[in-house]
Each structure stands twice: as C-alpha cells, then as structure tokens.
Design a protein around this ligand. Structure first.
Ligand SMILES: [Ca+2]
Length: 589
C-alpha cells in the first residue's frame, strides 16, 4: 500500500578520510527503505601450531643416541623407560609452547566447519525463513502456513506465460521484479556463504526451496533473450482492494521490458540473481543450474547492450521502485557471472572502463534494492582475498579498499563511523522501513568479517585505528540483537520471535480471517479494525523504529509495520552468518 522509497542511501561517515577515500555520505532521507539487523556469534579459536618443531625433536634424537651407547646392555625395559621419559618431556614442552602461544600473541582464529548452533539465532532464522512461504504466489507445494492457499494461478495467462509463482512484494499483492530479483540474489549469496551454517541449523532446504520458487518464476518471465516481464498486477487496482490473495478478483496486467523499452537495472539484477542461483543448484540440479546460467548471460547482454533506467522507460514504476542508476547492477551482475563461470571477460568488465565509469571507488554507500555498489565491493573483495592469481589487479583492489571504507563507516568506534545511528546504536537512515539499512549493512559486515577470518587477515585500518574480524562481527551482532529485542521498546521486530512483537502487521493476508466473506472493497474493515491480526505473519521483519526508538503498532502505520520480502532476504543472510561460529568457503564452486 505504501509507496516504496528509493534505495540510494549513502552512509554518513563523520569527518576525515578513510584509507584516502571519502567517508560514507549522510543520506538524504526521502521515502521508504528496508533493512534488517544482526547478532553475534562466538568465534572458534583453534590451536594454530603443532609443537613438533625440528630443533626440539633433533635434540632428543641426539640424547637417545648417547643413552643408547651408555646402556648397551639395558635391554627392552631400559629403552621402554627412556621412551616414556622422552614422551613425557615432549608432551610437557608441547603444552608449555601451546600455553605460551594462547596467552601471548593472540594469533587469528583459524577457520573451520560450523560450530554449535546459537539457539537464539537458530530460532530466529527458522522464524525469518517462514515469511518467504507466506509471500508465495501460485499453486502452493507442501504449504505449512495454515492461513495461506493457492492464489494468482492465472498470472501471465494473457501473455501466454505461467507467471503464477514468485512472491508478493510486501503487505499487498504486487509482484515487482526489481526488488524480487534483489531478494533472490541476496538469498543466493547467503546460501553460498552460509549454506553449511544453515544446514547445521536445519534450515538449508527451506532456503533453497524459497529461492527456487523465485527462480522458477524468473525463467518463465524471460521468454526471449531481450524480453523480461518486470511486473504483475497494477498497483492502482491492487491498492483499491483490501483482500486475501486467495480470493482476489482484480485484474493482473503484466509489464515487460524489451529492446524498445529497456531497463538495464532490472535486467541486470535478474541476471545477478540467476547467476548466483546457478551456483546454489550446481551440485544438486545441474540441468537447472545450466538453464539459470544461460538466462543470466542473455539478460546481462540485454542489459549491457540496451542501457537505460527501467523507471525512465516505464515511468509508472517510479512510484514504488524508482531506480536511480543501472551501472551498479551491471557491475554486480558481471561480478556474479564471473563467480559462476570463471570467465575472465566478466572480471575485465568490472575492472575495465565500466568499473571506471560506474564503480565510484572510494565513495561508500548503503546497500539496498536500488544500490548494489557495496554488495559488489564486498563480493569482489572475495576475489582479492581468495584468488591470488588476480588479486594484484589495481582496480580490483579499489573495490576492496572501498569495501573497507564501508566497514569503517559501520564500526561504531571507527574514526570514520557514520553518525546515522539511534542512541542505542542501531544504524538509522529513514523513517520508512528503518530496519532495511542496518540489517543489510550488518549482513555485509558479517560476510566481510568471515573473509578476514578465513584469509587470516588480522586488521582493517580506518584512519589511525585498526579493527579485527571480531569487531565487525560484534557490530553485526549488535544490529541483530536490536532487531530481536535488545532495544528500548523491549520488543522483537521479527514477527513470531520472542514474547513481544507487532500484532498489527500491515499485511492483507495476515489481517483478514480465513473464513471472512469480504472481497475487494468491503475488506477495508479489516485494515481499520482495532483487533490484532487473526493470522501471524511469522518471519515478517516490520519497518522498525523511529529515530527516537519508538514504535507505533498500528495496521495503518505502514511506515513502521509493513514488512517486505526483500527485508527477509537480508535478515536471513545476517542470521545465517551468525547462527554458528563461522568462516566461509574460499570458493563457491
Ligand atoms: Ca542501481
């Protein structure tokens, strides 16, 4: 129901310079944006060195030899005693060395497989993933949401397509491709980095099922190389109704982009999503993975060769998801295609003239459905951290330096810390969907922290100060903990988690009883009702608090109580990164 704000927010990072780069800019607040928060995990510290040093061992070999000469007639028992004594001394020395090491230089933790699940984050992750099920359109499979059923099964029929799957955007019944594709890209990224952690928490299959519900839809929405359907439903018609999706009768027109009315942003974001998802399904569904990659390559070419903002080609989309730039999506898509194919053409694309034009190196910004630059910087840092063959590329290093500038802006004790925070420490950029930015930022922070951990990078430098992987993780945890209840309202902004959460989520399906006979226009009574929602929108990450950290739990207060599907992607990513002690794999393939 609510107009969705533009996402191009910039982090304001106080004064000075970070790494010779400017600080995160302060946002010009306009409309709505959405984000999520994070929590923290304990980090696995492992014994980094074995104690079989050559010198130590050699000394005992010599002594053994001498003893052997002196006690030629000692027999088996003598040798046995000598071996026991030597073993005991070796063990004592080894323990001494280990203790000295642990007390001493504080070597970086060594990466390893997932540790024990932290219950709080495991519970929250399970809750958060359920919102994807609530948002599913089409003929449902294995549906476990008691108040949801089949809906929109004829979407796309007029275009002779099956566009019945996909997910509704927020509290309404629109299917907007731009944020939906971003949702799929972020969810894929979370699975690629933290699939093992999700699996440890028993949530991997749920995440993959939801991702496939999106990518099945994307495949059908891309029937020709230069045609992509980017919207199902008419927001004017849709917003004249307050009804359950299962009974909606309003017309569901479709909009496409093509070579005459192009949209590089939405086409490239969809390419990014399908390239990333092709990696997710590569080992378990090779045919499906190949199909996704083929679509991704075609969409990238379409986006690259027909450069335009979709919101200029199709002005009516400006009200909800206005796009402020497509260069970031081109770089983001090429980065994902590089990871998916290892084809250096895509690496050349991001480090060559397109990088020079669009990367905006040195200017940290906020990660959102509109601005993919921080995500691209972190994703390409992965190449710098783990692929020594190309890490020396100067422009690749600029992405990493800019990612560090973003991290420096997030860390509260950094000299370049953004001042855009609540008193309690939540990053705060916008009244509308306030949690969007802190959660998306914390997701990037936990990934970057794990890149540092896995590569044994000790520090990043923010002006005169330096910070560790643990510092970044602590920041991510602080944002997650805020969302889950560690805030002045003492409430969880993740619906269904904890004892206190929003009872008036701005969500049509949740607000109308399953047995209600109301349809389009007579359903508004449910929006206006003073009664709490009859159905729990489990996993909804609502908009969140005002800058003064208050929250008005009213169904009409969509600014604070409306969730979005893309919010769910970033909170799932963040919680996946925090659910166990964590490191990341060095290769997605
Ligand atoms: Ca963009």
């Amino acid at each position: 129901m609510v107009p969705k704000a533009t996402g191009q927010r910039r982090l304001i990072v106080s004064t000075a310079e970070c790494l010779q780069y400017p600080r995160l800019p302060t946002p010009q607040i306009s409309k709505p944006l959405k984000t999520k928060a994070a929590r923290h995990l304990s980090i696995n510290y492992r014994l980094p060195i074995s104690f079989r040093s050559g010198g130590f061992r050699g000394n005992y070999v010599e002594k053994l030899g001498e003893m052997g000469k002196e006690k030629k007639s000692g027999g088996c028992m003598g040798w046995f005693i000598v071996l026991i004594v030597v073993g005991a001394i070796a063990l004592a020395l080894g323990l001494t060395l280990r203790n000295k090491f642990h007390k001493g230089d504080g070597d970086a933790p060594v990466p390893g497989p997932p540790g024990a699940v932290t219950k709080k984050y495991g519970d929250a992750l399970k809750v958060a993933l359920q919102f994807f099920d609530i948002q599913k359109s089409g003929k449902l499979e294995d549906n476990e949401i008691s108040w949801r059923g089949d809906s929109a099964v004829d979407d796309g029929k007029d275009a002779k397509l099956d566009l019945s799957k996909g997910m509704y955007d927020a509290g309404d019944h629109m299917k907007f491709q731009f944020p939906m594709a971003y949702t799929a890209t972020v969810l894929s990224w979370a699975i690629l980095e933290y699939g093992d952690q999700m699996n440890a928490a028993g949530q991997l299959q749920s995440a993959k099922n939801s991702l496939k519900w999106l990518t099945d839809y994307f495949i059908n929405a891309h029937p020709e190389p230069n045609v992509l359907y980017i919207q199902v439903g008419d927001p004017d018609l849709d917003h004249k109704c307050w009804d359950r999706p299962e009974v909606m009768t309003e017309k569901r027109p479709v909009i496409q982009i093509n070579a005459s009315t192009p949209g590089s942003d939405v086409a490239a974001e969809t390419a990014a999503a399908m390239a990333a998802a092709s990696l997710v399904f590569k080992s378990t569904n090779a045919g499906y993975s190949s199909s996704l990659l083929k679509h991704a390559k075609e969409l990238f070419t379409f986006a690259d060769e027909n450069r335009a903002l979709y919101s200029e080609s199709i002005p009516e989309v400006q009200t909800y998801y206005n796009s402020t730039g497509y260069g970031d999506e081109l770089l983001w898509a090429a980065s994902w295609l590089y990871h998916a194919t290892k084809d250096h053409t895509y690496l050349d694309y991001v480090t060559g003239s397109n990088g020079e034009s669009y990367a905006n190196w040195g200017s940290p910004t906020w990660f959102s459905w509109d601005d993919k630059r921080p995500g691209t910087q972190v994703l390409l840092s992965r190449v710098s951290f783990f692929d020594s063959k190309v890490a020396s590329n100067a422009n690749l290093q600029k992405y990493k330096k800019t990612a560090e500038a973003v991290m420096c802006g997030l860390l509260p004790k950094s000299p370049t810390a953004t001042s855009s925070r609540t008193k309690s420490g939540l990053l705060w950029i916008s009244d509308w969907n306030a949690l969007q930015h802190p959660v998306a930022s914390a997701f990037l922070a936990v990934i970057y922290s794990d890149y540092m951990l896995t590569s044994r990078t000790q520090k990043i430098h923010c002006d005169s100060n330096s910070f560790s992987a643990a510092d970044l993780r602590k920041f991510a945890m602080s944002q997650a903990n805020y969302v889950l209840g560690d805030n002045p309202m003492k409430m969880s902004y993740l619906v269904g988690y904890g004892d206190k959460y929003s009872q008036f989520v701005h969500h049509r399906g949740a607000s109308i009883p399953v047995d209600a006979t109301t349809r389009c226009s007579d359903g508004w009574q449910w929006l206006d009702s003073d009664e709490p929602n009859p159905n729990v929108a489990t996993g909804a990450l609502v908009g969140g608090p005002f800058l003064n950290e208050t929250f008005v739990d009213s169904r009409n207060n969509s600014m604070q109580t409306e969730p979005s599907t893309y919010n769910s992607a970033v909170i799932v990513g963040l919680l996946s990164g925090l659910v166990t002690s964590s490191s990341v794999v060095t290769s997605f393939t």
